[in-house]
Each structure stands twice: as structure tokens, then as C-alpha cells.
Design a protein around this ligand. Structure first.
Ligand code: SF4
Length: 335
């Protein structure tokens, strides 16, 4: 797993007016800094070439979040909520944040968390029903927490100021310590994202290993969380069947019997893009090629997904494995 070792910090001037802003400036006082007008438009970083993708990930951007639009969602949550960060300093070769932000997928943290949380609390309290909020769709919050040390406080603040509403987020990291002693675990749903270890090593650069993630699930379950597992993104290569069989076998042998009970699965096949191809070819010339002309077809300009006939075959294989091995599980969706 990558540790945060930033080469430079870019920051908006007004972060000094926020507790987290002051904390970060102090925590990283020995790192060179550049003041910027807006975290959305850092002119000198826009000039970097695709091959410099890894270098961009070594920068930390600190600013305030200005957009707070909640997007309706009908998968595991009711709304996607822009939260305390966007981007990430790990480098998964398929990361959809790359597609959304092109090369600007470096970690940006937002120091106006009080404002972000107060909006969410109001929204949740004003709703007639209990809503589930996805707060991790723009970054990996457990990794972000290594920088901001604020995840536990943020979640507690939400729990303490709402009577209903749940928070959920996916992660590829075993950094679950801040979640272990929360005051109301029924309202927090961490979802561990898994892939075969071969795929993690070759594609998900800088993330926790499969064993570390499985240990983290065991630990979460010991601390009264229900097991939520994302198999995502499913990547089809020549060794697809062998890879995903090994994942299921590792889950069977390493997850505790408690953690194997009543797992809720989400399964998402990889989508890819021309932007990913270009960045990966130039930044990781020796890595495996995730694009396949034979397996993929185009969806919209510069976007690729697996051909339906191939995906259906792989879906059936994977569903068969899961149902055979985790009989009482729920499969929320497979897309
Ligand atoms: S850990 Fe998540 S957010 Fe970070 S690069 Fe990988 S997929 Fe993207």
C-alpha cells in the first residue's frame, strides 16, 4: 500500500480559516507549497504529459468544496453525496476518476467539512424516510483519512446530529481502525472492494493486498458490521476463470465463518476509456493492457465496455461460483 509522501502541496488561500486547513498546513509544514486560486484549475499541472501521471499523484491539493449537488442513485444508496475529498493517490489503472478528471485525479481534500456535513444532516433529517448516502464515490475515504485524520469525527458528527440516515462507502484499503469503535455501527456500511490477488498486483497499484482486505472484513465483522463485498471491477483476461476461482477460494479459506454468512455482494464489470488507454500506455508501459479489441465494444465516444455475449458468459460463471460457495448471500446487482 502506498504511504502519503507528497512532493508539493497546492492550496487555496482561505483554507487557513478552517480548522482542518490549519491542521494540514501544520502537519505538512516541511513540504513545499504553492498557493492557487482554485483547486479546479491548476494551470501548471495541466501541462503535465500522460507519462507523468504518477508524478501528479504525488501532489496534495487542499481547498474548499463549492459544489454540493446530490445525485440520485438506485444501487446500494439513495444519493451520491460529494464529500470530503476527490481523487486518490493510489493508481488503479481503470479508476473512473481518471475518466472524469483526466490527469487531475490526484488527491484533493476539502476543508469545509463542517458545511458539507451540516447540509447532509439537514437533508437527512428533513427526509420522510431513512436514506442511505454514498459518501465515497469520489475518492477512497479510508486512504484520505491517512492525510486528514478526520473520518471518524466526520462520521460521529453525522451520527450525533441525525436521528436517521445511513452512510456508506467502498474501499480498497485495510485502514479500518477509525470505524471500529463508532457509536452506531448500524448506520454505517463500509463495503470492501475485492479482486483476485493477481489483478490487485498488476492493476490496482498502491492498494492493500487481497489478504489485508480479507483480514479487514473479518475485523469489521468482529466489530459488528455486516459483510458487504464489492467484486469490482471484474476484469476479463485470458485467465478470467482461474483468477476469479482463486478469489472465491481465498475468500472461502481466509474469511471467518461469521464473515462468510449473509454477505451482500455488488458485482461490477470494468468499463474503460480512450483516456485510460493513453495514460496507461505512456505512464505504465510495462503493465498489462486492459484494452481488448476482441472483448470490448464502444459505448459513446471513447468509452469501452465488454461485449454482452462475453460478459454474460463471465457473469454466469461468477454467479455460479458465488451461489455455490456463499449459499445465504444476497447479490444486490451485477452490471
Ligand atoms: S483506490 Fe479507488 S479511488 Fe483510488 S485509484 Fe483505486 S479505484 Fe481510484
Amino acid at each position: 500500500m502506498v504511504k502519503p509522501t507528497f512532493k508539493r502541496i497546492y492550496f487555496e488561500k482561505d483554507i487557513v480559516n478552517y480548522k482542518l486547513g490549519k491542521y494540514l498546513l501544520d502537519k505538512y509544514s516541511d513540504i513545499p507549497k504553492t498557493e492557487i486560486k482554485s483547486h479546479n484549475n491548476i494551470e501548471e499541472l495541466r501541462k503535465y504529459e500522460n507519462k507523468d501521471f504518477g508524478k501528479l499523484k504525488q501532489y496534495l491539493i487542499i481547498g474548499t468544496r463549492k459544489t454540493h449537488k446530490y445525485v440520485e442513485n438506485h444501487k446500494i444508496s439513495d444519493f451520491l453525496v460529494p464529500f470530503s475529498s476527490s481523487g486518490c493517490y493510489a493508481m488503479c489503472m481503470y479508476c473512473y476518476l481518471v475518466c472524469n478528471y483526466n490527469k487531475c485525479s490526484y488527491l484533493r481534500v476539502f476543508v469545509n467539512t463542517q458545511e458539507i456535513l451540516d447540509r447532509l444532516i439537514k437533508f437527512s433529517n428533513n427526509s420522510d424516510k431513512e436514506l442511505v448516502f454514498e459518501i465515497g464515490s469520489n475518492s477512497d475515504l479510508l486512504l484520505e483519512n491517512l492525510v486528514t485524520d478526520s473520518l471518524k469525527d466526520n462520521i460521529e458528527y453525522f451520527l450525533n446530529n441525525t436521528t436517521k440516515g445511513k452512510l456508506t462507502f467502498p474501499t480498497k484499503f485495510n485502514l479500518i481502525e477509525p470505524l471500529l469503535n463508532l457509536s452506531d455501527k448500524k448506520r454505517v456500511i463500509p463495503r470492501m472492494s475485492l479482486n483476485p490477488n493477481r489483478i490487485i498486483q498488476k492493476v490496482e497499484f498502491g492498494t492493500s493486498s487481497l489478504n489485508e482486505r480479507l483480514d479487514a472484513i473479518n475485523n469489521l465483522v468482529e466489530h459488528k458490521y455486516k459483510p458487504y463485498i464489492l467484486i469490482a471491477p471484474v476484469i476479463i483476461t485470458d485467465s478470467f476463470e482461474k483468477d476469479y476461482l482463486s478469489l472465491i477460494q481465498d475468500m472461502k479459506s481466509k474469511l471467518s465463518s461469521k464473515a462468510q454468512k449473509k454477505i451482500t455482494f455488488e458485482i461490477i464489470f470494468m468499463t474503460y476509456s480512450f483516456i485510460h488507454r493513453k495514460i496507461n500506455e505512456e505512464a505504465f508501459p510495462n503493465a498489462i493492457n486492459l484494452y481488448s479489441n476482441d472483448l470490448m465494444t464502444s459505448r459513446g465516444i471513447g468509452k469501452y465496455h465488454y461485449r454482452n455475449d462475453i460478459k454474460d458468459k463471465c457473469k454466469n460463471y461468477l454467479l455460479g461460483l458465488i451461489k455455490e460457495n456463499f449459499k445465504d448471500c444476497t447479490i444486490k446487482y451485477i452490471v
